[in-house]
Design a protein around this ligand. Structure first.
Ligand code: ARG
Length: 562
């Protein structure tokens, strides 16, 4: 049993299970009061007592017979506060990390539950730009976080591969593409053609009609149109996968919008049967309430929409995966879209409507606009990664010119910095990227955390094998906060999952790195006396392991040398 389980077994409240108590135990922000606390507010109703009195009663009972691993048990403002014997906590925590290694933080909390995560979801024949960065890395991190907790995760790349824009692309390609080899020239050239289409269409309205006609041809399965469309898709996916490889991102499904072409009618029929689908100026809509505009599902020319495909996709996912939750990691600009789609499903009486969640995030932009390409303001994610790696290379060349494997480490540091930057703050915040800031080795940055990991590693390498049973844990009294942070890793992963907020893990990694660097300045490690040295090495090991596990959860490499 770990400390929390031991505590849960000490607390007896009528009608409340040990498991419930365990799930309510939490580490307070201010460790001055307690290492772990139980809020008693939830029991007030059942016990018909104030939370303050409940906490006082429990504290009295438990302190009367305090087990040795606890320093104290007290009540304060409705909280039952526990303080651990510091020695005991250090011992339990550090030995656990040593035992569990890379699986420290794992659990089977989510066993038997499936979570669908719709993320990245890039658009075919369009730039994979930094606007898709957050969705990609937040979705990737959430996938790993939920997997670590034992959930079955289905990562879905809901490709934007349907719509009149593909008809327009074909027109542009045929008119101005000059028979270019699509695979060779890539998405950038395609995008130029697309931009040109819009310029020319301003002067010549008829181009738009032609675009619509060509899209109709794709829909009708015209071989020439389909072949071009398939090529657009192939080259886009090839380029996207290059980026996914660098970011360590994988998907279980690439079913995009076009996959739902034949799956929309049944949902539309269902809506009609229930009388929910109504005509409005020739179009078909669902009135989703006073607070929102109607959800448009079929245009007057018979064309379906983005929302129609999302409705079909939700049904398909429920049927195929029987998800416990289905998350959509998409920018906040689409708040209304998801509110409407979820509402329609709720109006259809589906009990799982409540399990659909829009995981919104803010905008990403670059501080130094130097990256904008000639085509406009679009910044390709691949260019952003290259620029960060280039900067990392320059820094490493100055800092550690003799480092072995510099190229690979520069890639890990540069790409890591971009990922970290997107996962560092609450996801809803807009972020402005600055390469200088995110590659600064001192500060709340990725290289700082990676460097701390490498430093801990080199300390351990220098020390060689050591015997943890010799560790004198009383000597870690002054590392209590750091030990607590290490102990809170499991809780941080759970909180990150509950709040769908990977930044909680990022924050913990930064805290552990900062505390360890401070500790390292104030305490000798390698030439400390026997017993003390082993304890400090064990602490160093735990720091290295937690940093590594945290970085991997975020999708960032933890190089052993920097
Ligand atoms: N392709 C869309 C875009 O880039 C995002 C799709 C998100 N997923 C969904 N099921 N709607 O804006």
């Amino acid at each position: 049993m770990n400390n929390n389980e031991l505590i849960a077994s000490l607390i007896h409240i009528d009608g409340v299970s040990e498991a419930d108590i365990l799930s309510l135990l939490a580490q307070p922000k201010d460790l001055g009061y307690a290492d772990v606390a139980l809020p008693c507010f939830r029991f007030a109703k059942a016990l018909r007592k104030s939370p303050v009195d409940i906490a006082v009663d429990l504290a009295g009972k438990i302190s009367a017979d305090l087990p040795p691993f606890l320093l104290s048990c007290t009540a304060l403002n409705g909280y039952l506060n526990f303080k651990f014997s510091r020695e005991d906590m250090a011992k339990e925590t550090l030995l656990k990390v040593k035992r569990e290694g890379t699986s420290y933080g794992h659990s089977d909390l989510g066993k038997g539950k499936t979570i669908c995560i719709d993320y990245s979801s890039v658009n075919i024949a369009k730039p994979f730009h930094i606007g898709h960065l957050s969705s990609t890395v937040i979705g990737g991190a959430l996938s790993r976080i939920f997997r670590t907790l034992g959930y079955n995760v289905v990562g879905i790349n809901h490709l934007g591969d349907w719509g009149t824009q593909f008809g327009k692309m074909i027109v542009a390609y045929k008119k101005w593409g000059g028979g270019m080899d699509i695979k060779k020239s890539g998405v950038r050239e395609l995008n130029k053609l697309y931009v040109r289409f819009h310029e020319e269409a301003e002067k010549d309205e008829s181009l738009n009609d032609l675009g619509r006609e060509y899209f109709k041809r794709i829909e009708d399965g015209d071989p020439e149109a389909l072949a071009l469309f398939e090529q657009f898709k192939e080259v886009s996916l090839l380029e996207a996968k290059r980026v996914y490889d660098r970011l360590g991102i994988t998907f279980e499904s690439y079913n995009g919008e076009s996959f739902y072409n034949d799956k929309m009618q049944p949902v539309l029929d269902l809506l009609s049967e229930r009388g929910l689908l109504v005509e409005s100026e020739g179009a078909k809509v669902v009135n989703v309430g006073e607070d929102m505009p109607p959800c448009l599902l079929v245009r007057s020319d018979g064309a379906t929409l983005y929302a129609t495909r999302d409705l079909a996709a939700a049904y398909y996912r429920k049927k195929t995966y029987d998800f416990y939750k289905c998350l959509y990691v998409v920018a906040y600009q689409q708040n209304l879209h998801f509110k409407q789609v979820f509402k329609v499903i709720e109006m259809l009486g589906e009990p799982w409507a409540k399990d659909l969640e829009h995981i919104a995030f803010g905008m990403v932009s670059l501080a130094d606009g130097t990256m904008s390409t000639r085509q406009g303001k679009v910044v390709y994610l691949e260019d952003a990664l290259d620029a960060a790696v280039q900067k990392a290379k320059e820094i490493i060349n100055v800092k550690s010119p003799d480092l072995e494997g510099k190229e690979e480490i520069a890639e890990q540091v540069g790409v890591g910095a971009v990922i970290f930057g997107a996962l560092q703050n609450n996801r809803i915040k807009d972020i402005t990227f600055s390469y200088d800031k995110m590659l600064n080795f001192d500060g709340e940055t990725c290289p700082y955390v990676q460097y701390t990991h490498a430093r801990a590693n080199s300390l351990l390498e220098k020390a060689g094998d050591f015997d943890p049973t010799k560790a004198d844990f009383t000597s870690l009294e002054n590392a209590h906060e750091l030990v607590s942070a290490i102990a809170s890793f499991e809780g941080a992963i759970k909180a990150a999952a509950d709040k769908r907020e990977p930044s909680i893990v990022t924050r913990l990694a930064i805290d552990v790195a900062e505390m360890f660097n401070k500790y390292y300045i104030d305490n000798r490690i390698l030439n400390a006396d026997e017993g003390i040295k082993e304890a400090r090495l064990l602490l160093t090991f735990a720091v290295k392991q937690v940093l590594q596990n945290a970085l991997l959860l975020l999708g960032i490499a933890a190089p052993n040398k920097m």
